[in-house]
Design a protein around this ligand. Structure first.
Ligand code: NAP
Length: 268
């Protein structure tokens, strides 16, 4: 991991590091010797994490408690990191609102677009420019396997993830000659707080669950080697079937039927 630190250090900026996949990215980066700046709303969680990383790995840390849907979030992140040499941006924070499209409020969907689309795009623009000036660095976008096909009853969420998939894949080509690696990580079902969304219970569905640790490790492993990665053999196979073997409509009906089985009828 020494080369990793030289290429992507000395600081990494990880959004959504207060739980789940983002927390694991932060842990694995600190274990590789990178200093870590962590972003999320829950300041106490970030403080616990940074205390752990400093004592376990002897790295420097910075907590940046911001809401990525707030109008001044970018200014706050820029000023908190003005003196840090950020070599790696992990655009991981994200959320979704489950249910039939018209059952949920358009304001909630708009906040999801701000969090899942606008913020990662703006952060990639701001930090991509800084990295290209340095002549090196990396950006990871955390999309979702749902982004490859779309997903009924998570329609807006899946569409935001399609945006990240396409943005990241294109930036991989644009930034490569300038020394900056871009990767899109598209996890399948992963055991995190996100899968405990209100009015849902996906625990009994026939899905292949991964841990946040394994997802983050697959992302760090693939960075610099390819433009996109789907963690897990089962997820890769599922995505191959859904995008290359089945007609798209069949895949969409299958995902819709599976999603609706994990949702309370009140939101369908
Ligand atoms: N779990 C899965 O099955 C799965 C599958 C595919 C893709 N993903 C993607 O993986 C990424 C990480 O999700 P996860 O599964 O690790 O879920 P998680 O445990 O719920 O983590 C989500 C993170 O995003 C942060 N966040 C949410 N809203 C925010 C806001 N407005 N401002 C700042 N930070 C915010 C949360 O922190 P605060 O609440 O403290 O702000 C938290 O740290 C997401 O992009 C998600 O779409 C997850």
């Amino acid at each position: 991991m020494n080369n990793f630190k030289q290429k992507y250090g000395p600081w990494a900026l990880v959004t959504g590091a207060s739980s789940g996949i983002g927390q694991e990215f932060a842990r694995q980066l600190a274990a590789a010797g990178l200093n870590v700046a962590v972003v999320a709303r829950r300041q106490n969680r970030l403080a616990d994490l940074t205390a752990e990383l400093e004592s376990k790995h002897g790295v420097q840390t910075q907590t940046i408690p911001v809401d990525l849907t707030a109008p001044d979030y970018l200014d706050n992140i820029q000023s908190a990191t003005a003196d840090l040499q950020i070599g790696l941006l992990i655009n991981n924070a994200g959320a979704g609102v489950p249910g039939a499209f018209l059952k949920q409020s358009v304001d909630d969907y708009t906040r999801v677009v701000q969090l899942n689309v606008t913020a990662p795009m703006q952060l990639a623009h701001a930090f991509g420019a800084r990295m290209i000036r340095q002549g090196r660095g990396g950006i990871i976008f955390v999309s979702s396997i749902a982004g490859y096909t779309g997903t009924p009853y998570m329609a807006n969420y899946a569409a935001t993830k399609s945006y990240l998939l396409n943005l990241g894949a294109a930036l991989n080509v644009e930034f490569k000659p300038k020394g900056v690696d871009v990767l899109v990580v598209s996890p399948g079902p992963t055991r995190t707080e996100m899968m405990e969304m209100e009015n849902t219970d996906f625990s009994n569905l026939p899905m292949s669950w991964m841990t946040a640790e394994a997802v983050a490790a697959a992302g760090l492993q693939a960075l610099g080697k390819k433009p996109t990665v789907i963690p897990g053999g089962m997820n890769k196979m599922m995505n191959f079937m859904a995008t290359r073997v089945m007609p798209r409509q069949t895949a969409l009906s299958m995902f819709g039927s599976m999603m609706s089985k994990g949702m309370d009828p009140a939101i369908l």
